[in-house]
Design a protein around this ligand. Structure first.
Ligand SMILES: [Zn+2]
Length: 234
């Protein structure tokens, strides 16, 4: 008999599937990257998702945020996300918070083994970096702009550079637009990296991954630790 997870169990085995079904992942941001990543994790049978976003769905989201529809415009992203995820896989526990994650509500992600950065603001990414160090949880940074995707694993329990070392507080962020293919590539790389971390896969990467869909180039960029970094040097 074919069961829901047959195809993936053939690849990673039943013990890894069990690890996934016993895991809890915090997704911060339910936009283009977050909603697509949440769908992939939900379909794969992750045990629990905790999703934060205080935005409402707008018409300009519909080109890439595939779980949302015209009839959802003006509604809460996390409420629509939860409703769609429950239709996809009712076995997955979905906890939503229609608010921003700050240092004051960190208890809401205390169960999560892993934090996924699906935000689009540098300030929020740097805040998530500090939160990851405070909670000693791994954070996967993801960004998507035009046809450029970036993925990086922040590991507070290692000596590798943190996001503050790499992005810095003075990083200027310009909104240059985004394609749905870019957002979804970013979500796929993010979800796949999450699988590896949750399954203790030893093929994790240390570098910043940069994938460009225009040139189809895939780079692994070595990062450097900032001297006296306020987050990771103490
Ligand atoms: Zn640092």
């Amino acid at each position: 008999m074919n069961t829901r997870y047959d195809r993936q169990i053939k690849h990673w085995g039943i013990s890894n599937q069990n690890k996934l079904s016993n895991s809890c992942v915090a997704i911060i941001g339910a936009g283009g990257i977050g909603s697509a990543c949440a769908e992939l994790l939900c379909r794969s049978g992750v045990g629990e998702l905790i999703v934060f976003d205080n935005d409402l769905i707008s018409t300009s989201n519909l080109n890439r945020q595939v779980l949302y529809k015209e009839s959802d415009v003006g509604k809460s992203k996390v409420k629509c996300l939860k409703s769609e995820l429950k239709k996809i896989n009712s076995n997955v526990k979905v906890n939503i918070f229609e608010e921003k994650l700050t240092f004051k509500n960190l208890d809401k992600i205390s169960r999560a083994q892993l934090i996924l950065d699906c935000t689009d603001k540098i300030q929020m990414k740097l805040l998530l970096n500090k939160i990851a160090y405070k909670l000693k949880k791994k954070l996967i940074y993801a960004s998507a702009s035009q046809r450029d995707v970036r993925i990086y694993i922040v590991n507070p329990e290692s000596s590798k550079p943190c996001l503050n070392c790499i992005l810095g507080e003075k990083t200027v962020q310009k909104n240059k637009g985004i394609l749905n293919t870019t957002a979804h590539t970013s979500a796929c790389l993010l979800a796949d990296t999450a699988f590896k971390i949750l399954m203790n896969d030893d093929s994790l990467f240390e570098e910043m991954i940069i994938f460009n869909l225009k040139t189809m180039s895939f780079l692994k960029l070595k990062t450097n630790k900032k001297k006296n970094c306020a987050v990771c040097s103490t």
